[in-house]
Write a protein that binds this ligand. Sequence first.
Ligand code: CA
Length: 226
Amino acid sequence: MRILLVEDERKIARALGRALEQESYAVDIVHDSDSGYAMLTTEPYDLAIIDRLLPGGRDGMAIIKDARAAGIHTPALLLTALGSVKDRTSGLDAGADDYLVKPFALEELLARVRALLRRPVEQQGTTLQAGDLTLDTVSYKVTRAGKEISLTSKEYSLLEYLLRNQGRPLSKDAIIAHVWDFDSDILPNTVEVYIKYLRSKIDAPFDTPLIKTVRGFGYTLKGDET
Ligand code: CA
């Protein structure tokens, strides 16, 4: 899952970026509202975390409001130092999906991030599933046929993206855009390499492969093989 972080206080931005990367998210960080708006409206993020007071032409709320008007529906979490009821509701009215009042505990931010990323698959709670494979987005535990599988951070991100889009063919470019951040030097070949790693762990030891190659395009994950 790829996250955009717009925060002008560099120390906070660095700390948040590091914490999010430790949770296996790909993170792009920008420090002003113009870059934030440009990135949010051109890159396919799964979530945006946006500070309210920013240098540049807009504040955080205006970034979200203008992006929504431009048809961008990326879930957005607004960070604000202003905790009054009016400020909170105006953030939500601008199209933010959630807000967090500064200062906040890192754990709380991570919990909100997980909740926002979970929304499309809310009916599945914290567990993503395909066939006998499950991925727990809170404990980061992956099991297949009851057997726990140990994945690297990137393998985990890749599997989470495939599971959230299961049954849909995903191009290598789409996979790169959602699993790696902007600074990564990624070639389509890299996706093949990581798919190979992932297959060796979640498919090779079992009878039914879940990851299918879509020739000349990319990959799809299917759990209900009939
Ligand atoms: Ca700020």
